[in-house]
Design a protein around this ligand. Sequence first.
Ligand code: PLP
Length: 403
Amino acid sequence: MKKFDPATSLEESAHLSQGQMVNPPITDSATYAFESGEDMSATFQGEKEAFLYSRHWNPTNLELSKALAAMEGTEMAWVTGSGMAAITSTILQICKSGDHIVTSMTAYGGTFAFMKNWLPQFGIEVDFVDITNLQAVEAAMKQNTKMIYTETMTNPLLQISDVPELSTLTRQKGVKLVVDNTFTPMIFSPAQLGADVVVYSMTKFVNGKNDATAGAICASEEFINALIDVQTGTAMLLGPVLDPLRASGIHKNLFTLPIRMQKHSENAMYLAKKLKEAGLRVIYPGLPENPGYEVMKRTMNTQYGFGGMVAIDLETAEKASRFMSAMQNNGVGYLAVSLGYFRTLFSNSGTSTSSEIPEHLQEKMGLSKGLVRFSVGLDQDIQNTFTKIQKSLKEMGHRHETV
Ligand code: PLP
């Protein structure tokens, strides 16, 4: 059987719209007229398919959703106004009061805070484990476990989840595997590896322009239909739908994602090697000594590289801060949170995107106070970028013979 390629599948989803438009039209309507009262009633009863209201479906979101489903190889997708909206809707669709979740100790701070602080208020219990330790994952599962939740490449420590192994476990136990693939679109196809639901913050690489927040849920037709059921669907009732104007922009950006990911990965690999040569402690799953390297090699779509995220450990938040200011002044990129932008972005995770995680837990998960996370940009001259990083290291007082 031919191996699934997300980019080819995405390309094949592109089609001419009515009137030979190369891009789908933007439908700027919150509501839709019916031919008759009977039609309206039948649509609300789920007996007829039609657009009824944009919080449920609208034609522009449907086009983007079809493209995302093609990219993931899932039956369907649904798009939301942020990554957190995709994550929270998915979790609340699967779990109810009295249920239990096993998740990764290292995850995006917002997801961590939702699981740690918000879900327990509604009777949903969560255990946080080292997701790369399959025995620990299995040991944490209980009678009432409904879901294993992880990120393919975790934020910010860049641990790699073994999705096929996790999926063997969830299938044995009859529970759902939900995977956030925000850091590694194209690079991993989690649904092909056994995930039941793949969620995205499209704010990041998928859109790649930092002009919108958006999210996506890619899953079976059954799951998406349940999610937007007018009577019981979490997304329909909580209302986190993406605006169609944004959906249209993201849809167009999606088609450059394969080449963007290749370039992000190429640049990140270059910097990871150079930073290592400069004597720094570098976290990059594309370096053979990284604990996630073998799992990644076995499960990735190799043509897109090891991803655009690199982290280095400068030990203290104070050093990290001086280094980041120097890098911004020297034109390396921007001292900003978020990722997947065409320019390099850097942040000190412990004091920003992971600040929701209490200090003692940051320590337990191995998150150093001096961790600087890079989202490496699409720089044409990455050697020159490294020269600017070297200059910044010197300015902040880092000493090494090769710097
Ligand atoms: N998932 C990951 C891995 C993230 O890094 C983020 C945000 O940084 C999110 C989800 C949340 O996405 P959004 O900010 O679009 O709500």
